[in-house]
Design a binder for this molecule. Structure first.
Ligand code: HEC
Length: 338
């Protein structure tokens, strides 16, 4: 009896050790323990005219918070403009293939359906650290893993701008992510405990990288499988976006002949502002309607950075029917030619 007890004890111990090692080496402990989060602070961002102006530029044009994801659109009109008066009021993300219902919430200061009762730090923590006002992990489709590079001053500007929006009463359902993603995604949030400095504007490549990061170009232009970006395919396109009737794969933005090696600054600026590449019309899924007011300097810096990317040979052609691509393992036009 004593011997059996000992065997059982060691068997159990081995199982526990295996489980601990297994979890540590695979999904980690966050899905079980909950996300990494820092406590909220009482900080308040002072509203200055400079911050309002910069926040408006980031939220409506560079990152498109209030004109891209956090607003309902009319895609029957070219460019898919925001429904009148609904800027910043949120929407259920109209994207098939997401693991559940993903809702970009109402960010306007409406106290019932919006962010009227959220503190400055609740907003700030959500934007860069991925913890919602209620402590919940945000689905990383909200690009907080990239926004963590947003400088402290730019973050303050965005919050100040959001506070200045007219309140819009817009009721939305809650986000509901399916099992097991709902637990796995708890590994995504990372607290920020140090100052994030503003990028050096005198270095166009560095500043361009910052703008491309805040502009969320990677979210669409880096192909991803099950929500994981393929690191060897950075900005090489092929990721299909949209739903029935309006579907396009993102373009290869690297300086390869299959990408945009033939672009010059002028052509880049034209594409970003008009949605036309010479005579070719881009799909409204490329948010040129959001980016059209980017300044010349910012567009030039973005282009300078894109030119420094590693050229990746990856043909994506939306005029061809979608076929399987062995490089990005997704289906897109011209996929079978890779
Ligand atoms: C919401 C998804 C999305 C985001 C965000 C996005 N794009 Fe795009 N982009 C697309 C899609 C889809 C296409 C392909 C459109 C087509 O072929 O009709 C595209 C096409 C382009 C093209 C045209 C390339 C060509 O075929 O000549 C350029 C240039 C471009 N994007 C640059 C950018 C930059 C720079 C950013 C970030 C500031 C960005 N995009 C952000 C979806 C996106």
């Amino acid at each position: 009896m004593k011997k059996l007890g000992k065997v059982l004890f060691y068997a159990l111990l081995t199982l526990v050790v295996l489980l601990v090692v297994g979890i540590s080496l695979t999904i980690g402990w966050r899905p079980i323990l909950g996300p990494k989060a820092r406590p909220l602070t009482a900080r308040r961002f002072e509203a200055t005219p400079q911050r309002l102006e910069r926040g408006h530029y980031i939220a409506t044009t560079l990152s498109g918070c209030t004109t891209g994801c956090h607003a309902p659109h009319d895609f029957s009109i070219r460019g898919g403009p925001v429904l009148p008066g609904m800027e910043g009021s949120g929407q259920v993300m109209p994207i098939p293939g997401l693991p559940g219902r993903v809702v970009a919430p109402n960010l306007t200061p409406d106290p019932q359906t919006g962010a009227g009762n959220w503190t400055d730090d609740q907003l700030a923590r959500a934007v860069r650290e991925g913890i919602g006002h209620d402590g919940r992990t945000l689905f990383p489709f909200m690009p907080y893993p990239n926004f963590r590079n947003m400088s402290d001053e730019d973050l303050a500007s965005v919050v100040v701008y959001l506070r200045s929006l007219p309140p819009v009463h817009h009721e939305l359902p809650a986000t509901e992510i399916i099992f097991p993603v709902k637990y796995l995604m708890r590994s995504a949030p990372e607290p920020i405990t140090e100052a994030v400095a503003a990028p050096d504007r005198n270095d166009p490549v560095k500043y361009g990288k910052y703008l491309v990061t805040l502009g969320s170009c990677r979210e669409c232009h880096t192909p991803q499988e099950k929500g994981q970006a393929a690191p060897s395919m950075e900005l090489a396109g092929g990721f299909p976006i949209g739903e029935s009737g309006l579907i396009a794969a993102s373009a290869n933005l690297t300086p390869d002949p299959s990408g945009i090696s033939y672009y010059d600054e002028q052509l880049f600026m034209q594409a970003m502002r008009t949605g036309y590449v010479k005579a070719r019309q881009l799909s409204s899924l490329m948010p040129f309607e959001v980016y059209k007011n980017l300044t010349d300097d910012d567009l030039k810096a973005m282009f300078a950075y894109l030119q420094t990317l590693k050229p990746i040979k990856h043909r994506v052609d939306n005029s061809l029917p979608p076929t399987y691509c062995k490089l990005c393992r997704l289906k897109h036009g011209g996929g079978d030619q890779n």
